[in-house]
Unconditional design. Structure first.
Length: 300
């Protein structure tokens, strides 16, 4: 079933559209009459999604496959959009990944790459496409996480990157509080997707009260952006966790996260993650790099 077209449409760029929340957001925007540019790492999955959206709405999205963890990915993406004259009104940054395990046992390169994907690429894409979004009085929807509200032992880098996403979103929002741009941080709790399994997370099940259906998350994100809400945290319990004071984060939430990830700590028994956990998860793509210019040309 296709929803009635929104009173405000426009071209929407969705990164991380290959699966998960990015895919759900793409379908939600499409149902409300928006044209789409879908960015993702898996060309086959993007093709399947475009076929589905075309069948549901009669509009076929533009597809760009790229690896957003690569250097200059944001600039490459902006160039790919500029060539055919595509100017997104709304920027939806959903591409991201996670790493599970003690930081000392994870690859340093993969942890830095995770920061590049979750923080650098998101920022670069936003900055490159911001002028067109502002000119059209559009908006930016950054997919963060309730994980951004407190530290996360076992996924320390991931939780820290989501804290950056939330802070960057609020700072950007404050800079454009004159009505020219909407900025919303969508911060869901655990969502039933392939993320946890692909991260190799070996841990007890998360309380069912924390889980929120992925379609509900997408609806909340879309509605929140159009209504210009600063932060959207779907689910009552997740919302209460996010709104709690700083003392609660460290006294209650952080120990809870550590126990969820690692179980009850045992002295003199180091954590031994499975080899499958030592990898980065991405929802992005591979494009030919553009030649750097100016100050970037001198960088190694």
């Amino acid at each position: 079933m296709v929803a009635a077209a929104s009173s405000e449409t426009g071209l929407v760029l969705v990164t991380g559209a290959s699966s998960g929340i990015g895919e759900a957001l793409a379908r939600e925007f499409a149902r409300h009459g928006h044209s789409l540019v879908l960015v993702g790492r898996s060309g086959d999955r993007l093709t399947s999604l475009t076929d589905l959206i075309a069948a549901e709405t009669g509009r076929r999205p533009v597809v760009i496959t790229a690896d957003l963890a690569q250097r200059f990915a944001g600039r490459n993406l902006a160039a790919a959009l500029a060539a055919p004259g595509l100017k997104p009104k709304f920027i939806v940054n959903s591409a991201g990944g996670g790493l599970f395990g003690y930081v000392e046992r994870l690859s340093i390169d993969e942890q830095i790459a995770l920061i590049d994907l979750n923080c650098t690429a998101l920022t670069e894409i936003t900055l490159m496409l911001l002028p067109d979004a502002i000119a059209q009085r559009g908006g930016v929807l950054n997919v963060g996480s309730v994980a951004g509200f407190f530290p996360g032992p076992g996924m320390a880098i991931y939780f820290a990157t989501k804290a950056y996403v939330q802070s960057f979103s609020q700072g950007l929002r404050a800079e454009y509080n004159d009505g020219r741009l909407r900025v919303t941080a969508l911060c869901p709790g655990p969502v039933p997707t392939r993320f946890q399994a692909r991260a190799g997370m070996i841990a007890p099940k998360m309380p069912r009260l924390l889980y929120v259906d992925i379609e509900r998350v997408a609806r909340a994100g879309y509605s929140g952006l159009l209504r210009n809400r600063a932060v959207v945290v779907p689910g009552l319990l997740n919302s209460l966790m996010a709104q709690a004071g700083g003392a609660l984060y460290h006294r209650v939430c952080t120990p809870f996260v550590r126990r969820f990830h690692f179980g009850k700590p045992r002295q003199a028994e180091p954590f031994k993650p499975l080899a499958a956990t030592d990898r980065i998860l991405t929802d992005s793509i591979s494009v030919a790099p553009v030649r750097p210019t100016g100050r970037d040309a001198a960088k190694p």
